[in-house]
Design a protein. Structure first.
Length: 256
């Protein structure tokens, strides 16, 4: 009906009707800019050569739209553009041409807002490059992860590690990669808990350090217990496949 009305208003001028629809999309986008687009799809994909993987989030307002087949095709077209063109940033991704349209991705999102009537947003774009990468999409497309390895790894092992990242939400590969402010925050929490438990003030710092070390095992991927066999860590699991095998980098995104 929107297309029919646009053609009527443009007296049958097809190009003018398209222009008017785009303007309508911009107006709707402006009106809905303060709305919460908390639903959507989280999608991950690796290149055919297994050297690079990307992860994107395309948001909408309702789960009804997120489950719509056309919205899924729209989001996957953006994912494919990221895989094919290897943009260095979100801005570069939005500037790419949207396949099958004379618009770039950013403008196409605005056009889709006018068509769907909900706020849409490309809210995240992550990329990992490594000797070998894998991408994992959790059923429902609300959670995904991408992982890079320093050597070629079997598909099963790669999937195991990517599922570990998705399920256990590690903060970093190793403790050396955890930001200092996060470590200090955990240290302060540990100290405050010790004091609340009635421990002597002079012991609080030592207790806090012990808790930080325990947190490292929970927060770092290589030291986490393997979800399929908690008698070994992820590092031990990888070493059982190849003594030099390790994870170089990972990204994980979950809606909400």
């Amino acid at each position: 009906m929107d297309c029919k009305n646009a053609l009527t208003e443009a007296n049958g001028d097809f190009e003018l009707a398209i222009e008017n629809l785009r303007k309508k999309g911009q107006k709707i986008a402006a009106k809905r800019s303060d709305r919460d687009a908390a639903e959507g799809l989280v999608l991950a994909k690796a290149t055919d050569d297994g050297k690079r993987a990307v992860l994107i989030v395309v948001n909408c307002e309702t789960d009804f739209v997120a489950k719509n087949e056309e919205f899924g095709k729209f989001a996957n077209t953006i994912l494919d553009a990221a895989i094919t063109n290897n943009p260095a940033s979100m801005d570069e991704l939005k500037a790419l041409s949207f396949t099958g349209s004379d618009l770039n991705i950013g403008d196409k999102i605005t056009e889709e807002i006018g068509k769907i009537g909900e706020k849409l947003d490309l809210s995240a774009y992550e990329m990992v490059s490594a000797e070998n990468v894998t991408a994992y999409n959790h059923p429902g497309n609300k959670l995904a992860s991408i992982v890079g390895f320093n050597a070629v790894v079997s598909a099963d092992t790669a999937k195991d590690v990517a599922m570990q990242v998705a399920a256990m939400a590690p903060v970093a590969v190793t403790s050396d990669a955890i930001p200092a402010d996060l470590i200090e925050k955990e240290r302060e929490i540990g100290k405050e808990l010790a004091i609340q438990e009635g421990k002597p003030a002079e012991m609080a710092d030592k207790i806090a350090e012990g808790r930080v070390k325990k947190w490292f095992k929970e927060a770092t991927l290589l030291h986490q217990p393997f979800i399929k066999d908690n008698k070994m860590s992820i590092d031990q699991y990888l070493k059982s496949q190849n003594n030099d095998l390790t994870v170089t980098e990972f990204k994980r995104i979950q809606l909400g």
